[in-house]
Design a protein around this ligand. Structure first.
Ligand SMILES: [Zn+2]
Ligand SMILES: [Zn+2]
Length: 318
């Protein structure tokens, strides 16, 4: 993620800022990719601290307008968790718009979001025919801490859920292009194999013993659709870590050029090599605070090849 300039002063703004250091209210304009102090604010600003601008007074911003179902505010913590969920969604939509996906200029089909609180009935997260369903309870720090342990997914985050579920939507959009499916099946396998049976088998038997050589995560081994979504999520993690690294003014011999923009990098191998090297350094920084590694995953040759495939399609496919 970039760091932004203050339109009303001389300081910097972080992506989720509502106010500058000097106290001026600002909004992020998804069209220009910059903050403004004269914009119409999103109609959700007072409700969930959305800091994006809208095209008209009283309208929702580009991101909030994609959410058609919001959580029942009567459920405890629903609105707080919804706010955190929309913040993760805005972050990921901004990442994807750097490659032309789902931004204001993208004329293709956009995802529709159902962001639901967990009441008496559980919320099953997933993607179906352009609808992304997310449980906002996963934005609750206590609930997510419990599930990280119970599901043995220490890196379960709302930003990760957004990247994974939107990845399924991107697959669906790319499937409209004639040359995508054959290329996908050659790399990831045939997604027409029975999805329900594959997931049942995965939950009953677990991943194959050699999964680390073939997949980024254990869950990716369940079915080609899940392998795709996990690989896209990881490509987004790696690209965004790299982008945030350079935006912060950090340097490393692994950064290819001064002023390098990871989202403009056309060479997949160069991007993945640089990103993987930078994560080693950032992991080391985290250990100085006694915190977990930011990116503890090991990239096998197969995973690197799949990441490169995903990068080529994400960069040019929208
Ligand atoms: Zn908004
Ligand atoms: Zn999935």
């Amino acid at each position: 993620m970039r760091i932004f300039t203050d339109p009303a002063g001389s300081g910097w703004l972080w992506f989720d800022n509502l106010v500058t250091a000097g106290g001026t209210s600002v909004a992020f304009d998804p069209q220009t990719g910059a903050f403004s102090s004269h914009a119409h604010f999103c109609a959700n600003r007072e409700v969930i601290d959305c800091n994006w601008s809208a095209t008209a007074q009283g309208a929702l911003c580009h991101a909030c307008a994609m959410t058609v179902l919001v959580p029942d505010p009567a459920i405890p913590n629903a609105v707080t968790n919804w706010a955190r969920t929309e913040a993760a969604k805005r972050w990921v939509l901004n990442n994807l718009s750097r490659w032309g996906w789902f931004g204001p200029e993208d004329t293709g089909v956009r995802p529709v979001f159902h962001l639901l609180a967990e009441g008496p009935t559980p919320v099953i997260m997933g993607h179906a025919a352009g609808v992304v369903t997310i449980s906002v309870a996963e934005a609750d720090p206590v609930i997510v801490a419990v599930r990280r342990t119970a599901l043995e997914e220490p890196y379960r985050t709302m930003i990760g859920h957004m990247r994974h579920e939107i990845a399924h939507m991107i697959w669906w959009r790319l499937g409209l292009q004639s040359d995508f499916l054959d290329a996908f099946r050659a790399e990831f396998g045939d997604e027409r194999s029975d999805y329900g049976a594959a997931l049942e088998r995965y939950y009953a038997d677990g991943p194959p013993s050699d999964w680390k050589e073939r997949f980024l995560t254990a869950y990716a081994s369940a079915h080609p659709h899940e392998d795709w979504a996990e690989t896209v999520a990881h490509l987004l993690h790696l690209t965004d870590i790299s982008d945030s690294f350079v935006a912060s003014g950090l340097s490393s011999p692994e950064v290819p050029d001064p002023g390098w923009d990871p989202y403009l990098e056309a060479d997949s191998e160069r991007l993945i090599h640089a990103a993987a090297s930078l994560t080693v350094g950032v992991n080391h920084v985290n250990r100085a605070m006694g915190l977990s590694d930011v990116y503890p995953f090991v990239l096998s040759d197969t995973s690197r090849r799949k990441l490169a495939f995903v990068h080529d399609w994400l960069r040019t496919g929208a």
